[in-house]
Design a binder for this molecule. Structure first.
Ligand SMILES: [Zn+2]
Length: 390
C-alpha cells in the first residue's frame, strides 16, 4: 500500500470533513490528533499506553533524533517504528521549526550559527559538532527515520523576526521545498524500511493573506502528497489560527490531507481549525500540560471556553476528592483513579502522576476528535461545536 486520502463526508455548513488516510502502517481516521513523540517517545507513555489511548499516529522530531540517538542507531532498526516498537503510522517534521525557533532565541546563538539559502548551520548541544541542515539532509534523515509522512524543510516565519527576515524566510521556504521534492525523488519516495513515504509541502505566510495563498498555490502546483500548515500564527490563540486558516481554506483540495503543525488553542482551537478544513494536527502542549497537572474536562464536567476545558489538579480543593478527573471520560486513568490520588502524585512529583495524567489528556483529545468525526458523518458538526463552545 502506498498513500491515499479519501474524504468520506463533508459538513454542509463549513469546511469540516471526515476522511481516511491510508498508509503503509495502517489507516488513520480523520480528523485526527497526533501526540508528539519528540525523541521517539510520547513523554511518560510507552507504546502499549498509546494503544490503550487509541492513538492512531504519532509525530517525532527530525532535529532531536538526528542528534540523539543518531542515524547509526536508527539505521540498525530500519526506522523509528521498530526502534520504539510502535506499529501504527508515524510522521516526522523536517527540523525547520527547531532551527527557526531556537536560532532566534538569543541564548542559543552559540548553537545556531547561521541560516543561508544552502541550509541552517548549527552545533550539536551534545558534543558541539557543527552540522548543516539542508533540505537534502532533512529528507535523508527522514528517509532513515522511515516515518509514513515526512515534511519538506521550511523556515517558519514569526518568532519576532523583522519584516526583512520574514520575507527572506518566505522565499527560502519555497526554494527549500523544491529541493526537498528532488531529494525525495532521489530516494525513490521510499523509506529505509522500503515503504512509500508521503511528502507534505509546507504553507507559510503568517497572517499575510497574499503570502499564504501564494505559498499554498506553490504547494498545490507541485507533486506533494499532502499539505502542512505552519508558522507561529497556527499556535496558541484559536481566533488567530482561525483567521489565518480563513484566508486559504476555500483553496484546500479534497484530494490531499491537510496537517496543522503544532495546533494549539485547546478544544476551542480544534473546533475552529477543523471547520476550516484541517484533517490532522499535532500539539506537544497536550502532554506537557498533563505533566504539570493541567488536565482536560468535558462540558459534562463543567468544561467551557472560559476555563479552557481544563482544571489544575494541583489545587488543594482536590486533595480529598474521590471522583475521577471526568465522569464521562473512558480512559484508563478515569476508570481507575481518583482526583485525590493523581493530585498527590503530581504534587509529590511521582513519575506515575505524569503517566496517568498524560494517558487522560491524550485520551481526552482522541475522544474529542472521535466525537467530532461522528458529528461530521451525521451532519451534526455545528450542533456539537455549539454544544462545546457556546
Ligand atoms: Zn480520563
Amino acid at each position: 500500500m502506498q498513500f491515499e486520502f479519501k474524504v468520506e463526508k463533508k459538513d454542509k455548513k463549513s469546511k469540516a470533513r471526515a476522511g481516511i488516510i491510508l498508509t503503509p502502517h495502517g489507516k488513520i481516521e480523520t480528523p485526527c490528533f497526533s501526540p508528539v513523540a519528540t525523541k521517539a517517545s510520547v513523554k511518560a507513555l510507552d507504546t502499549f499506553d498509546l494503544e490503550k489511548c487509541k492513538t492512531q499516529i504519532i509525530l517525532a522530531n527530525t532535529y532531536h533524533l538526528f542528534l540523539s540517538p543518531g542515524l547509526e542507531v536508527i539505521e540498525k532498526f530500519k526506522g523509528i517504528q521498530k526502534f520504539m516498537n510502535f506499529s501504527g503510522p508515524t510522521i516526522t517534521d523536517s527540523g525547520g521549526y527547531q532551527i527557526s525557533f531556537l536560532w532566534k532565541r538569543k541564548e542559543n546563538k552559540a548553537l545556531f550559527l547561521k541560516i543561508t539559502n544552502l541550509g541552517a548551520y548549527f552545533r550539536s548541544y551534545i558534543d558541539g559538532e557543527m552540522y548543516l541542515l539542508s533540505p537534502e539532509k532533512s529528507i535523508e534523515i527522514q528517509h532513515v527515520l522511515s516515518a509514513d509522512i515526512v515534511m519538506a524543510l521550511d523556515q517558519p516565519m514569526g518568532f519576532g523576526f523583522s519584516k526583512k527576515e520574514n520575507e527572506e524566510a518566505f522565499r527560502r521556504t519555497l526554494l527549500w521545498e523544491e529541493r526537498s521534492l528532488k531529494a525525495w525523488d532521489k530516494f525513490k519516495r521510499k523509506s529505509l524500511a522500503g515503504n512509500f513515504q508521503a511528502l507534505f509541502g509546507i504553507v507559510q505566510g503568517q497572517l499575510d493573506k497574499k503570502r499564504r495563498i501564494q505559498s499554498l498555490k506553490f504547494v498545490l502546483s507541485n507533486d506533494f502528497s499532502g499539505i502542512a500548515i505552519g508558522g507561529e500564527s497556527i499556535g496558541k490563540d484559536p481566533i488567530l489560527t482561525s483567521t489565518t486558516l480563513d484566508s486559504i481554506s476555500h483553496l484546500l483540495p479534497d484530494k490531499k490531507p491537510v496537517h496543522a503543525l503544532g495546533l494549539g488553542g485547546g478544544p476551542e482551537g480544534v473546533f475552529l481549525a477543523i471547520e476550516k478544513g484541517i484533517d490532522i494536527f499535532d500539539n506537544s502542549s497536550v502532554t506537557r500540560m498533563a505533566r504539570s497537572g493541567l488536565v482536560f474536562i468535558f462540558p459534562e464536567d463543567g468544561g467551557n471556553t472560559k476555563n479552557k476545558f481544563r482544571i489544575d489538579i494541583k489545587k488543594s480543593k482536590y486533595a480529598k476528592e474521590k471522583k475521577s478527573i471526568s465522569k464521562v471520560c473512558l480512559c484508563f486513568t478515569c476508570q481507575n483513579f481518583s482526583k485525590a490520588y493523581i493530585r498527590h502524585l503530581i504534587v509529590s512529583k511521582e513519575i506515575l502522576g505524569a503517566r496517568l495524567a498524560t494517558i487522560h489528556n491524550v485520551s481526552f483529545y482522541h475522544q474529542l476528535l472521535g466525537k467530532i468525526r461522528s458529528a461530521i458523518i451525521n451532519n451534526e458538526f455545528v450542533y456539537l461545536k455549539n454544544y462545546w463552545l457556546l
